[in-house]
Each structure stands twice: as structure tokens, then as C-alpha cells.
Design a protein around this ligand. Structure first.
Ligand code: ADP
Ligand code: MG
Length: 309
């Protein structure tokens, strides 16, 4: 559209909320295209947890992973949920006959033997879950070092693999059982997705209490690094109130970027894709890419500040 088109068209057309949103999305996309990031060889291990179901853990894990891969990071997703939704969304086969995280946790398979590459990107890897993992919660109870099994497997993997990932993202089931505890023991960062709805904060203190127990007994380096507000509907006052409340409680952890509720985000998994591959220019994809950039930059900023202070 040229300036003169703009001048002759009724101004209301260009002043509508939808037109403003589109213009805004275009400028956000341009800003993302200009982003250049560098990765420095260390591996950040984040567990995506919230004991509530349906808050966007899996959606956040796979889309952040794909968004990070799209800006040049090498990313491994570990699917710890027996439902295997993360494996599905990454287009990775995970039928019962496929070696999976179950074999790693119970039969001590090397992680390298089960990791697959997502068809979406050579930089996007997935350790799939299969239905067998549903039994692992019980089977782990009688195992030696039952809380450390994922940690040990991941440490071995990172020490021996040719190309170390820059990020490992672990998708947790909606419970605080042994699978989730294995994730807490293996990670150093906790990422909590929070759905901007009523009751959003309910259960959070229980989760943070569990984290304190893990810090004390199993993994002193685990810390809450990131909170991501998801399924945000800016038209409702409730979503804004929840977002404000979470920001008041966790000013340093909540990302500026908010993931809006978006049909494209919810459609993508049924095509075995992340929203980054399914519709990379949609508002959901752009938001996850912005969140990925923020997660990388915040940590680099923190490291710089620590270096200069
Ligand atoms: P969890 O892993 O915490 O159980 P999911 O990631 O599976 O949650 O999300 C629950 C449901 O919400 C899924 O159907 C998913 O497609 C949908 N969903 C998640 N994030 C969004 C979003 N930003 N917009 C629309 N739907 C979403
Ligand atoms: Mg899930």
C-alpha cells in the first residue's frame, strides 16, 4: 500500500483495531528478523512444570524449542509426559515399539540411543515418550537412585555427544510424582507457564514448596528462572488482572512477552507441527519467537552484569 492509497481511503479503515494489530504484528516480525543471537557452548536445562493440567506446558515446550531452533540454537526436548503430546507436536514417532524415555529411566539406555531429530529442523531433537512411561511412575519407586535417573542419563549424554545442545527443555506431566521429580533433579531452571485465568495462582505455592524441598535434598542449583503468561486474552479484564498479579509477585521472573490465545497455536499439533512450522508469521508463532529471544537475552544480560559488577 502506498502513501497515496492511505490518503484517499477512509481513515476509519486504517484505524480499526484489526488494522492496528496487523501493523503491529508486521513490525514485530521485522524486529525478529533483525535479531542475531550467539550461543556460547554451555547447555541450559529448563524444566517446564506446573502441576495443573491444560495450562500450556506442552505447547510452551515445543513452540519455545522450535523458536529457539529457529534463531540458531540446538535444542533437545525431553518428553516426560506419558501422553506423548510433545513428541506428537514435534513430528517424532512414539509408538509402543519405539525406544523412549521409559527405556532410559528404567533400563538405563543411553539417552543418545533414543533421541530423534524432528523433521522440522536438524537443530530440533526429541527424546520421545511412549505409553510405557505411564508405568514408570510406579516402577521407579523400587529403583536405585530413583530421583536421579534422568540427571545421570542427561549428564552422560552431554559429556559424550558430538554437538552439545544449547538448550534442553523437559516437558513434565501434570503431577508432582517421580517423573516430575526426575525433571527437577536434572534441570537447573524451572519455567512455569501460567494460564491467565481465575485460579491461575492457586497451586503455585504448592509447586514452589516442592521446589524448596528439591533444592534442599536433591538439587541445590534448581531455581525458578522464568514465568510465561499463556493463553492471554487481552479483551478480558480478568486476564489483565491475573497478569498484573503475577507480575507483582514475580517481577524478575515473568517475561515481558505474553502468549495470546490463538487458534493457530491449538491447531498446529494435529498436523504434527509446532506453530513455528505450521504458521510462522501468525501471532502465536511471533510471540513464542519473542519469548525465545527474551529468554536468551535475559540470561546473557545477567551474565554480563555479573561479569562487570
Ligand atoms: P498442558 O501440557 O499444561 O496440559 P497443553 O500445552 O497441552 O497444556 O495445552 C492445553 C490445551 O490448550 C491444548 O489443547 C492446547 O492446544 C491449548 N492451548 C495452549 N496454548 C494455547 C494458546 N496460546 N492458544 C490457544 N490454545 C492453546
Ligand atoms: Mg502436557
Amino acid at each position: 500500500m502506498t502513501e497515496s492509497d492511505n490518503a484517499t481511503a477512509p481513515s476509519s479503515l486504517y484505524d480499526s483495531p484489526i488494522a492496528r494489530e496487523l501493523a503491529d504484528l508486521t513490525s514485530r516480525r521485522r524486529a525478529l528478523e533483525a535479531v542475531r543471537l550467539q550461543f556460547h557452548g554451555g547447555t541450559r536445562v529448563l524444566t517446564v512444570s506446573n502441576q495443573k493440567g491444560g495450562v500450556g506446558k506442552t505447547t510452551t515446550t515445543v513452540n519455545l524449542a522450535a523458536a529457539l531452533a529457529s534463531v540458531g540454537a540446538r535444542v533437545l526436548v525431553i518428553d516426560l509426559d506419558p501422553q506423548g503430546n510433545a513428541s506428537t507436536a514435534l513430528g517424532v514417532p512414539h509408538t509402543a515399539d519405539i525406544p523412549s524415555v521409559y527405556d532410559v529411566l528404567i533400563d538405563e539406555f543411553p539417552l543418545a540411543d533414543i533421541v530423534q531429530t524432528s523433521p522440522e529442523s536438524p537443530n530440533l531433537l526429541c527424546a520421545p515418550s511412549t505409553i510405557h512411561l505411564a508405568g514408570a511412575e510406579i516402577e521407579l519407586v523400587s529403583q536405585v537412585a530413583r530421583e536421579h535417573r534422568l540427571r545421570t542419563a542427561l549428564d552422560d549424554y552431554l559429556a559424550t555427544v558430538d554437538e552439545r545442545p544449547d538448550f534442553v527443555l523437559i516437558d513434565c506431566p501434570p503431577s508432582l510424582g517421580l517423573l516430575t521429580i526426575n525433571a527437577f533433579t536434572a534441570a537447573s531452571e524451572l519455567l512455569i507457564p501460567i494460564q491467565c485465568e481465575y485460579y491461575a495462582l492457586e497451586g503455585l505455592s504448592q509447586l514452589l514448596g516442592s521446589i524448596r524441598m528439591i533444592q534442599k535434598h536433591l538439587n541445590p542449583s534448581l531455581h525458578l528462572s522464568t514465568i510465561l503468561l499463556t493463553m492471554y486474552d487481552g479483551r478480558t479484564r480478568l486476564a489483565q488482572q491475573v497478569a498484573d498479579e503475577v507480575r507483582t509477585h514475580f517481577p524478575n521472573e515473568v517475561l515481558q512477552t505474553v502468549i495470546p490465545r490463538s487458534v493457530r497455536v491449538s491447531e498446529a499439533p494435529s498436523f504434527g507441527q509446532t506453530v513455528i512450522a505450521y504458521d510462522g508469521n501468525s501471532v502465536g508463532a511471533v510471540s513464542y519467537r519473542e519469548a525465545a529471544v527474551e529468554i536468551v537475552r535475559r540470561e546473557q544480560q545477567k551474565a554480563q552484569n555479573e561479569g562487570t559488577s
